[in-house]
Structure formats: structure tokens, C-alpha cells
Design a protein around this ligand. Structure first.
Ligand SMILES: *[C@@H]1O[C@H](CO)[C@@H](O)[C@H](O)[C@H]1NC(C)=O
Ligand SMILES: *[C@@H]1O[C@H](CO)[C@@H](O)[C@H](O)[C@H]1NC(C)=O
Ligand SMILES: *[C@@H]1O[C@H](CO)[C@@H](O)[C@H](O)[C@H]1NC(C)=O
Ligand SMILES: *[C@@H]1O[C@H](CO)[C@@H](O)[C@H](O)[C@H]1NC(C)=O
Length: 393
């Protein structure tokens, strides 16, 4: 009897359960069908990701579903539109609106980063404030020294003019010495103008002279060579606190090179360096700016030397390579893009990114030493010229 009762109650319970199940399945199917537009929507995403005007392409690209969307008057938000107004549709439409606007915001963000990286490509927009257009015209130089310097480093410049930057330092070989500056402020610029009138060895463009703009400074120099001095055989880029044994550089490295119309690039070769991700570091490189875990081989910006053939190559690559503020890395990225390999120096000891303690017969066989102040430039140079004949080669 009890059995019987139990068994007779079961079908009724089952019936209730199945009605509930059928109902849930029914509503789930309806929900999924209505929502399937989203699938279309996501399917077209990868295709349009790279396109320029993402929001507009989104509208066109999803023409099937686009009927249900329209652009609202306020801003670029896309509003989901439905003809019917039942509460379940409202619920669904709200869900879609959320999803959609989230995706559109994401896309908009991607688009801004895209266009930011696009605009971060160096477009050469700066004008010369001080130029030396004719510096190269009289006689084609063998070597142009491009020295990165700041407005308040007049002493550094004076010392370099008197020492390794003296344009008649090697008899019979024409050297040009150019100091590269950005703009800092009006008062200082008066002094710079005066200095320029006196020595005619300054070039300056109208970008702000800051650490993060050092790449602009180097590119100014390279552009100057391309525009006003494309016949020079070699170019050296260095800094105002570097001692450069120009005589040794020319004798030992540059004169033996037969053809400056071949690609040649050398300096203190830095291999397998990782970007510095410490925000407090001078060499900090944000991951957003340079995502890769390795730098290409590069030559320290304290001193690198290259042949004239490299100039147009760096210049054209710079129209495509994303701007990074570390100028030596940037130049290396340009070289990498052009498939130009860096030549290691004949001797490891030639280019030094640190300060080499002064010993005459050491300095007579190196090319660069870093961290040298103006008075040292003069004493080191004078001592070297006086005593180097006593050193073995
Ligand atoms: C920058 O983007 C514009 C359009 O967005 C494109 O035409 C141009 O080629 C891009 N520039 C570079 C250097 O990629
Ligand atoms: C550069 O060197 C030459 C020859 O040694 C010398 O006559 C001239 O005074 C030097 N220039 C400067 C600015 O010291
Ligand atoms: C670089 O120079 C440009 C042009 O003068 C300036 O707008 C920008 O702020 C400078 N960038 C930095 C990081 O100093
Ligand atoms: C260098 O400049 C001269 C004169 O402006 C020009 O005729 C020549 O084509 C240029 N050479 C290169 C390699 O750009």
C-alpha cells in the first residue's frame, strides 16, 4: 500500500520537474539565440583589430548585426537598440550593452595605443635654430665628430675645442667637430648664439633639451650629415664628458678602412643586454615602450663610429622604428632593421664606457674613456701629446 502510494506520487513530481526543466531549457535556448549576435561580433574582431578607424569599421564590418546598433549622438558609444520592450529583452539588451561598450572601450584604448605608437615613430619634425650649412662645403671631411652636449656645458666644449676636437689635430686630415644641442631656455640661448658666432661649431634644433630627448639629438646629427655633409667618410657620435683619442682612432681604426661606402659601425659593443625595468634607474625602459626581454647588440652611446654608408640607412629606418629615448639602443634598433651588423673593435680595450685611470701609455692605445671633466680633458691631452712617443705601440 505504502509502496503503491509512493509510486503513484512519483509521476506527478516528475511531471513538475520536467516542466521546470523544459522551461529552463526553452528560456536558455531563447537567450542563447538572441545573444548569438555576440558570436558574430567576436568573430569579426580579429579582422578589424588592425584597422585604423576601429569603431567605424566595427559598424560596417558587422553589417548583419549592425541594424540593431546605432551610434548615439553623445560621443562614440554604441547603444544597443531593440524594437520590442519586454523585460527579458531589456535584460538581455542591457547585458549586451555592457559587453559591447566594454569591448568598444577596449578597442578604443587599443586604438589610442596604436596611434600613440604610430606617432611615437620619429617623424623628423624639428627645425634647426642654429645651423652650419656650409661647414662641409669647402673641403669634404674625413671624420665628423658629433658631440652631444647641453647649454650649460660651455667649459666642456671649450676643453674639447682645445684638445681632441681641434679640427687640425691630424695634419693633412680634415676633421669637423660639431656640438649638438636642443633648446633649453631663452637666456641660455643668447649665450649659445654668441658661442656659435665665435666658433661656428654648434648645431641646435627646437626640441626641448632633456634626457628623454637624447635620441632626437643624435638623429639631428645624423640628419645634418645626410643633408649637409654626405661626403664625409666617417662619423663619430660621442658625449661631452668622454675623452676621445682622435689621433689614435684615425690612425688605427679609420685609415685602414678602404671603403667608407661600405657599412661599418663600431664602438663599445654591448651584447645580450636586458632592458632595465627598475623605474628608479637612469636607464629604465618601461615594458610598454620596449616589450622584448633583450636589446639588440648595440654600441654604448659614449662613443660609436660609423661610415657614411650607414647614415641614410639609419635615417630611413628611423621613419619606421618606434622611438625609444636611449639613443644608443634606438640607433641599434635602426641598424637591426636594416640588417647592418656591428663590427667588434679590433681590441676590447679601445672603447671604454667607464673612466680609465690616466696613464700616458694606456691612453695612447685607447679611443674612449668616460667620465672626464674639462680640466682633465686638457691635462690628459697635453700630457699624452708630450709623452706618447715614449710608449710602445
Ligand atoms: C601611421 O598611421 C597612419 C594611419 O593611421 C598610416 O597611414 C601611417 O602609415 C602610419 N605611419 C607609420 C610610420 O607607420
Ligand atoms: C688646434 O691646433 C692647432 C695646431 O696644433 C693650434 O694652432 C690651434 O691653436 C688649436 N686650436 C685651439 C682652439 O686650441
Ligand atoms: C622632447 O621635445 C619635445 C619638443 O620640444 C617636447 O615637446 C617634449 O616634451 C620633450 N620630451 C621630453 C620627454 O622631455
Ligand atoms: C650627396 O650630396 C650631393 C650634393 O648635394 C648629391 O649630389 C649626392 O647625390 C649625395 N649623395 C648621397 C649618397 O646622398
Amino acid at each position: 500500500m505504502t509502496h503503491h502510494k509512493r509510486y503513484s506520487q512519483l509521476p506527478w513530481k516528475l511531471a513538475k520537474l520536467s516542466v521546470f526543466l523544459y522551461a529552463s531549457i526553452f528560456f536558455s535556448v531563447i537567450y542563447l539565440c538572441l545573444n548569438s549576435n555576440n558570436c558574430n561580433f567576436f568573430a569579426i574582431l580579429p579582422k578589424i583589430k588592425n584597422q585604423e578607424n576601429t569603431v567605424l569599421n566595427l559598424m560596417e564590418g558587422s553589417a548583419v548585426t549592425a541594424k540593431q546598433f546605432h551610434k548615439s549622438d553623445k560621443g562614440n558609444k554604441i547603444i544597443f537598440h531593440k524594437s520590442k520592450d519586454s523585460s527579458i529583452q531589456k535584460f538581455i539588451s542591457n547585458r549586451k550593452k555592457e559587453k559591447l561598450s566594454r569591448t568598444v572601450t577596449q578597442l578604443a584604448n587599443e586604438e589610442t595605443t596604436d596611434s600613440a605608437s604610430n606617432s611615437s615613430i620619429y617623424p623628423h619634425p624639428f627645425q634647426f635654430l642654429i645651423n652650419e650649412k656650409d661647414k662641409c662645403k669647402k673641403k669634404t671631411p674625413f671624420l665628423v665628430l658629433l658631440i652631444s652636449t647641453k647649454a650649460d656645458e660651455k667649459q666642456h666644449r671649450e676643453a674639447i675645442r682645445k684638445t681632441w676636437g681641434n679640427e687640425s689635430v691630424v695634419p693633412g686630415i680634415k676633421i669637423l667637430c660639431l656640438f649638438m644641442l636642443g633648446f633649453s631656455d631663452k637666456d641660455q640661448n643668447e649665450n649659445i648664439l654668441q658661442e656659435s658666432r665665435k666658433y661656428h661649431d654648434i648645431i641646435q634644433q627646437d626640441f626641448l633639451d632633456t634626457y628623454k630627448n637624447l635620441t632626437l639629438k643624435t638623429m639631428m646629427g645624423i640628419k645634418w650629415i645626410a643633408t649637409y655633409c654626405n661626403g664625409t667618410s666617417f662619423i663619430m657620435k660621442t658625449d661631452s664628458n668622454v675623452f676621445v683619442n682622435t689621433i689614435y682612432l684615425i690612425q688605427e681604426v679609420l685609415r685602414p678602412i678602404k671603403s667608407p661606402s661600405q657599412y661599418f659601425f663600431t664602438g663599445c659593443l654591448m651584447k645580450n643586454y636586458e632592458p632595465n625595468r627598475n623605474p628608479d634607474s637612469k636607464w629604465y625602459m618601461p615594458k610598454e615602450l620596449y616589450p622584448s626581454d633583450r636589446y639588440p647588440d648595440f654600441c654604448s652611446g659614449t662613443g660609436y663610429v660609423f661610415s657614411r654608408a650607414v647614415v641614410p640607412k639609419i635615417l630611413s629606418a628611423s621613419l619606421k622604428v618606434k622611438y625609444v629615448h636611449l639613443e644608443d639602443i634606438y640607433v641599434a634598433l635602426c641598424l637591426e632593421r636594416q640588417g647592418i651588423t656591428i663590427s667588434p673593435p679590433l681590441k676590447q680595450s679601445f672603447f671604454n664606457i667607464y673612466r680609465v685611470p690616466f696613464v700616458t701609455c694606456v691612453y695612447s692605445n685607447i679611443i674612449t674613456s668616460h667620465g672626464i671633466d674639462p680640466t682633465e680633458q686638457i691635462t690628459f691631452w697635453q700630457t699624452l701629446q708630450k709623452k706618447k712617443h715614449m710608449c710602445h705601440k
